[in-house]
Design a protein around this ligand. Sequence first.
Ligand code: SF4
Length: 481
Amino acid sequence: MSVRVGKTDKAAAFPVAAKTALKNDQLRANVRRATDTIRGKRALRVEEMPDWQKLRDAASAIKAHTLRHLDEYLVEFEKNCELVGGKVHWARDADEANAIAVKLIKEYGGTEVIKVKTMTSDEVQMNVALEAAGITPIETDLADMIVQMGHDEPSHIVVPALHKNRFEVRDLFRETMQKPELTEQPEELTGAARAYLRERFLKVKIGVSGANFAIAETGGVCVVESEGNGRMCLTMPDVLITLVGVEKVIPRFEDLEVFLQLLPRSATGERMNPYNSLWCGVHPSDGPKAFHVILLDNGRTNLLHDEMERETLECIRCGACLNACPVYRETGGHAYGSIYSGPIGAILSPQLQSLEHSRSLPYASTLCGACYEVCPVKINIPEILIHLRGRVVREEQATLGGKLAVENLAMQGAAIAFKSQRRYEAAQRLAQAGQALFREGDQLENLPGMAGGWTKYRDLRAIPKQSFRDWWKSRSNGGNA
Ligand code: SF4
């Protein structure tokens, strides 16, 4: 089984990609403006909820319970979905999910599909697989459409084209839709997109969607969105194929009451999504006549055995942690090398797969805790980042030896020194004497070995002649330091 998360196999490691992103002033301005707007709206909507913390606790409890009993709830979902006319398929990885989708589309004689925003399909790179099989995927979410038209990659899990401003979108539409007269006015841009999509909604007979929730009790699925394209994709085609990560299952219909209050407020700062679509199986007089659900693992079940890693699967993909993260806000999403960017990407991608570049992602954080504060399901992202950093170090120690052995020895030496006041003071005196070689004024420069990595980019003050302890001692002895 091979697990992939978007185009990660071709991506540069985070430190390299982040450096490139930081040089792009336009990108940084676009990301900052967009995230500032969403954060402001979210804050207003959260403030008006007196029971916000209780809702977060409830959501976290529901998710934790579901994941502990995931095997039972998935089977219950399958049974209830098929009872009302749906068909459930199980996919171990991206290749299996894509093969099932291609086979189904061909069986129904489709050459085109309309798609409603689904990160899971980006995760398995379904568009690439469909195109390779001669099937044209048409993204209908405005931001996804912009990404697809520009042969770009999503940079945010809720607002995939967040890195583009309206002038860039205007230029893209002018070129791809052959509309040289278009201006950058939002009404004009959305009007052009609407006209372009409506034609396709009316003629394409197969829809592909993701799902925000799959409800075990009813066998139904739920998609929330703001543009109405989802409602069109879910109701107009004859055939609907829904790709769902296994972690999206929730036990009961009434659990939606909790999530549908948290998700829109956290994601877009709305009290409620304009479109909340729920569907169960098929009905002869309404909607698609065939309904298929592909339940995707793609590395998720590997996370179930460890309590802390399992917490990652509680994510409802609201994107609030991205908007709050000072690292994401500077680099944007592409630097993460995965369709899952920001804090959730930094913990999810390295756990779903074990590619070389993912090792740097747990370090793509200041550990300030802003992501934890805003997460509607209370995922303790900083704690998981530290846990993953520990795993990276242990894995590298096992394979690299040398460099890490030095780091390890240095840490063990520091631990011995910090354990006793006498040893600590002796080490301080030793460092004081040794620093003369590297001292430039009150700073230390060009330290040797691994410490040089610090002084190359950051300030490091020299150790003062008199330590705080010495000063305190002299003061309590009646001195006038
Ligand atoms: S980790 Fe939390 S804040 Fe981040 S996307 Fe997932 S649910 Fe939202």
